[in-house]
Structures are given as C-alpha cells and as structure tokens.
Design a protein around this ligand. Structure first.
Ligand SMILES: [Zn+2]
Length: 84
C-alpha cells in the first residue's frame, strides 16, 4: 500500500454495492461509470450522480470494507463519506 499518499480518503459505494470502499482520489475527478481502484484493491465503479432534488441511495450505506479500513487506518488520512 505504498502508493497511498493521500491526506483524505473518500468512502464511496460502487454501483449495486452495500459496503463503502475507500478511494484516495476525489470522486469528482472521475467520470461516472469509470472504475477506480479501492484501497483494498477492488475495482470500484462509481455510481451516476443522483439529481440534486433526490436523496442518494448510498446515504443509507454505513458498512465499510474491512480491508479498506485496515489500509487507510495506517494513513492517518481524513475520512470523507461520499454519496453519489
Ligand atoms: Zn475495499
């Protein structure tokens, strides 16, 4: 995990996912439907953004990937819970 140098991690839910994975790049920097590598090595395909007038489905997802948790715990990075 030497590649992880970020000062913030973004906890995102991939499409159809029920747990949050941590990514170290801002989800804003990625096109919808593109895959990003999670801290645990899983490919995370970002969901399409939810229209502003609706509550993102991901809002209710609180479970976090155990491997991502272990990986980012060593970083001391700021946690950002990201809904899309
Ligand atoms: Zn993960």
């Amino acid at each position: 995990m030497g590649r992880l140098k970020s000062t913030a991690v973004f906890w995102v839910v991939r499409r159809g996912g029920l747990v949050r994975h941590a990514i170290t790049v801002s989800p804003c920097a990625h096109a919808p439907n593109s895959a990003v590598e999670g801290a645990c090595g899983a490919a995370v395909t970002l969901r399409l953004p939810t229209p502003n007038d609706r509550v993102p489905k991901t809002r209710t997802v609180t479970a976090r990937c155990a491997e991502c948790t272990a990986a980012v715990g060593r970083l001391g990075a700021r946690d950002v819970v990201w809904d899309s």
